[in-house]
Design a protein around this ligand. Structure first.
Ligand code: NDP
Length: 494
């Protein structure tokens, strides 16, 4: 029944059954129980952290070239298992097979390949003589054991974004995926091990956030906590890490605006808005959620978005023709539906969608809403479902102000054919990523991370090494005088 007949904990290079109880994991697209997932106990977690700590000295002492070779072998092994990974990702999340095999898995493999290269040019300042007769140099050093916590929306990609920069820089890791979606993170660690990564470099513990997640953040041998998930839990992680002054990296929620200026290509913007708001059934931290459209285009844009949404096929994620699969759970669908219902009660209008198809799984139709107030819940709070709210604007300044009127600042897009306007939007929108005439594309070479309540620090790209390395200044004196001149400020030469 399960692919993990030897347990759901991957510790020190092998599987074991967690000793902290178990729970039945449901396939969200069918509603059927898929497997019984065992939970890690605090003792299992301690073993995983200890394994990572024991692996650290040898792993961090490898040359960048040696670590790179391990990652290249890992990428080849992942590529050989791509179909298996894609099938598992769809089975545990309810996302379409097309998305898993065309986005999640190739994106993950590309990330491994990128960090295999990036591992070899971790950069620092060139050595320089800044203080008289001495030479200063910068060493970039691994931090130690990293404790990472990941969400359920893109389980494998989120695991990769946490693991890759950490281990490429010489750290070892204990990863806690969401208990709803542990499968591909476990398989990822197993494939790494089979490809030759030393035992203990990547460990995966499965358990609840409140018990195992909190214990991982607080563990004294864990030197840094990296977290991707909701803003509320991210703040709790930061508070716990503050108890011991531990380093944190937070990738949190989003509420991305999509601005359609007067000179935009409406057809392209409508396609971007539909794809950007319904990718992964809208369970995407960078999903387009609030469209601000110039009043002269409002009718044409909303009509086209509604028409495109109505053509989308919602249902069995395994079928090639299906455009959108299920949400992660019935409980999450209830949350999405309740937000839409409250928006309607507050005066908004649903132009299309706004309900669930008659299917057993946790499905919800692509939904388009107009008439909501800027300060309403549906415009300000993260929905994490396939729901787009459209509001009109009159002036450029107003559009930018509305886009920035949000607690979040992860991603945004602006649609225009005016290069001056495009440059101004890129500069003035408060978000970690601004797309012009696009919405969603991410690449391994570019940083991903938010401003404001969306967190701080970067995933992907060489910028992520800033999170996962300590920068050390080493100064070597070549002054042969016994009493150095600066020491006169403390005591005169004798
Ligand atoms: P949650 O914050 O609920 O959970 C994220 C992870 O944290 C899970 O592994 C969860 O464990 C764990 N967790 C829960 N409570 C605690 C706790 N008290 N201490 C430590 N760990 C805990 O988020 P979701 O899983 O619901 O994911 C959706 C959220 O993630 C959205 O807000 C989305 O915007 C954000 N996200 C952000 C991204 C970014 O790059 N900025 C990318 C992707 C998602 P468990 O569930 O097993 O209990």
């Amino acid at each position: 029944m399960t692919a993990f007949s030897h347990g759901h904990q991957f510790i020190n290079g092998s599987y074991r059954t967690g000793t902290g109880g178990s729970f039945p994991r449901v396939n969200p697209a069918t509603g059927a129980i898929a497997e019984e997932v065992d939970y890690a106990s605090i003792r299992d977690l301690n073993d995983a952290v200890q394994a990572a700590a024991s692996a650290f000295p040898a792993w961090s002492s490898l040359t960048p070239g040696e670590r790179s070779e391990h990652l290249l072998n890992f990428a080849v092994a992942l590529t050989a298992r791509a179909d298996e990974l894609a099938a598992m990702e769809t089975a545990q999340t309810g996302k379409t097979a097309r998305l898993s095999s065309g986005f999640d898995i190739p994106g993950t493999i590309d990330n491994v390949n990128f960090f295999a290269g990036a591992a070899r040019h971790l950069q620092g300042l060139a050595a320089g003589d800044y203080a008289g007769k001495s030479t200063s140099m910068v060493r970039r050093e691994a931090i130690g054991v990293i404790g990472s916590i990941a969400p359920w929306n893109y389980p494998l990609q989120m695991a990769a974004w946490k693991v890759l920069p950490a281990i490429a820089a010489g750290n070892t890791i204990v990863l806690k995926p969401s208990e709803l979606t542990p499968g591909t993170s476990l398989l990822f660690a197993q494939i790494a091990s089979e490809a030759g990564l030393p035992d203990g470099v990547i460990n995966v513990v499965v358990g609840s956030g409140q018990e195992v997640g909190e214990a991982l953040v607080r563990h004294p041998l864990v030197k840094m906590s990296s977290f991707t998930g909701s803003t509320a839990v991210g703040r709790r992680v930061m508070a716990m890490a503050a108890e011991s002054g531990k380093r944190v990296h937070l990738e949190l929620g989003g509420k991305a605006p999509l601005i359609v200026f007067q000179d935009a290509d409406v057809e392209a913007a409508a396609h971007g808005a539909v794809a950007g708001s319904t990718i992964n059934a809208g369970q995407d931290c960078t999903a387009a959620t609030r469209a601000y459209v110039h009043s002269s285009l409002f009718g044409a844009f909303t009509a086209r978005v509604a028409a495109l949404m109505e053509t989308m096929v919602v249902g069995d994620p395994l079928l090639e023709d299906t455009d959108m699969g299920s949400l992660i759970s019935q409980a999450h669908r209830t949350k999405v539906a309740s937000m839409v219902d409250r928006a309607v009660a507050a005066g908004a209008t649903v132009l299309t969608g706004g309900g669930a198809p008659d299917l057993a799984g946790a499905f919800y139709r692509p939904t388009l809403i107009v008439g909501a107030a800027q300060d309403s819940e549906i415009v300000q709070d993260e929905i994490f479902g396939p729901v787009l709210v459209v509001l009109p604007f009159e002036t450029e300044d107003q559009a930018i102000a509305l886009a920035n009127d949000s607690a979040f600042g992860l991603a945004a897009s602006a649609w225009t054919s005016n290069v001056h306007l495009a440059m101004r939007a890129g500069a003035e929108i408060e978000a970690g990523c601004v797309w012009i005439n696009e919405h969603i594309p991410i690449v391994s070479e570019m940083p991903h991370g938010g401003f404001k309540s969306s967190g701080f620090g970067k995933d992907m790209s060489s910028y992520s090494f800033e999170e996962y390395t300590n920068v050390k200044h080493v100064l070597i004196s070549h002054d042969t005088d016994i009493h150095k001149e600066w020491q006169n400020t403390v005591f005169k030469q004798r």
